[in-house]
Write a protein that binds this ligand. Structure first.
Ligand code: PMP
Ligand code: GLN
Length: 378
């Protein structure tokens, strides 16, 4: 069969997690917690499952959940989205990103992608006949050079995709980044698709600057989020899109024919749980301790790194250890020393090899300690 995505194989996350399982390796590759969600949250799910909340949810999401999410958004960011018309619940942020891209991208439209980029963006653009226009961020800082972004804007530019906190490199947007982006799109018809799934995982006193907090950006942005990262429930695949009414209207037209609606009892449970801010307020500190625990072990090694500023990933340079291709090294380390990681080259269109590996530190301390001890010898 001819392929619409001839350049993709199985995603790296599936490949590395599968290999880690087969090899009995510590799995620091795919981004998911090794620990469970709050017992209170699972009790809430059981409650709703046992009490008959098991049929289709409304297309745009359970109203109580949309309301709870809008309230929380207003509390955290001071921005109001109408739960009726501007909040849509999706099956993971992956679906939200796909629907947002599909809503705005027509064949031939250009979409600016800052790379390294999460692996679902470009396939979504391609499946809609769009053209990804890349701006490559330079290691080791991965700072966005907005002048370079400006130079890539053309009359065909339909959207710019952004991601903060960033997977895989762990950078976070500053207020200046928001201002610079706003200056580029002000008085244009360019949309922003903003992946903010790690919104609550920022470190060292940093603040997550959501695109919604800048008025010029808010009016044109699809903010895509995921409850999986915040509540240690990646397997539930519950995400959402916050966008102004006109954008949400088109977004929902598409969402209703991709999944129609999202799993019901979890939405009710999350509607209740979102009202307790302690969990997400402490999440940054919780993951910062894990980052530091893991990084402390790496200090004894020849890996070089700048501590991640956000997300639950740490990238490390292995240049002082070997000059192998990062993909080969990730496979070899999984087999030989039983620690699985993700090679950063997979996040570039041309598979650029900067000699970087990504480790996920959303793991129990014992796993981090064991993996850290093994890696510290390299
Ligand atoms: N964007 C980024 C940057 C991610 O890391 C992930 C997930 N791991 C997603 C989107 C997808 O989120 P979800 O699992 O909610 O579809
Ligand atoms: N986002 C996760 C990661 O970066 C993986 C999600 C997936 O497997 N699709 O590891």
């Amino acid at each position: 069969l001819p392929s619409k995505l001839p350049y993709v194989g199985t995603t790296i996350f599936t490949v590395m997690s599968g290999l880690a399982t087969r090899e009995g390796a510590h799995n620091l590759s795919q981004g998911f917690p090794s620990f469970d969600c709050s017992p209170r949250l699972s009790e809430l799910v059981s409650h709703y499952v046992k009490n008959g909340y098991n049929q289709y949810a409304p297309m745009s999401g359970v109203p109580a959940f949309r309301e709870s999410l809008a309230e929380k958004t207003s509390r955290v960011y001071g921005v109001d989205y109408d739960p009726e018309t501007e909040v849509t619940i999706t099956s993971g942020a992956t679906e939200a990103i796909f629907c947002a891209v599909t809503a705005v991208v027509y064949p031939g439209d250009e979409v600016i992608v800052l790379e390294p980029a999460y692996d679902s963006y470009v396939p979504a653009i391609d499946l809609n006949g769009g053209v990804a226009v890349y701006v490559t961020l330079d290691s080791p800082e991965f700072k966005i050079d907005w002048q370079r972004v400006k130079e890539r804007i053309s009359p065909k530019t339909k959207a710019i995709m952004v991601n903060t906190p960033h997977n895989p490199v762990g950078t976070v947007f500053s207020k200046e980044d928001l201002n610079a982006l706003a200056d580029l799109v002000r008085d244009t018809d360019i949309y922003i698709i903003s992946d903010e799934v790690y919104e609550h995982i920022v470190f060292d006193g940093a603040v997550h600057h959501s695109m919604m907090t800048h008025p010029v950006l808010q009016e044109r942005t699809f903010v895509c989020g995921s409850l999986g990262k915040t509540y240690h429930t990646t397997g539930w695949k519950i995400g959402y899109c916050l966008a102004p009414k006109a954008l949400s209207k088109e977004f929902r037209r598409i969402h209703q024919y991709i999944t129609f609606s999202t799993v019901t009892p979890m939405q009710y449970a999350l509607a209740d749980f979102l009202k307790l801010p302690e969990h997400y307020e402490q999440l940054g500190a919780f993951y910062q301790r894990k980052r530091d625990r893991f990084n402390e072990a790496l200090k004894a090694s020849r890996f070089r790194f700048t501590p991640s500023k956000g997300s639950f990933f740490q990238i490390v340079s292995y240049r002082a250890i070997t000059d192998e291709y990062d993909y080969d090294l990730a496979i070899r380390l999984t087999k030989e020393i039983k620690v699985a990681s993700v090679p950063v080259s997979v996040f570039y269109a041309d598979k650029k090899d900067d000699k970087l590996l990504r480790f996920c530190f959303a793991k129990d301390d014992e796993i981090l300690d064991k993996a850290g001890e093994i890696l510290s010898k390299l």
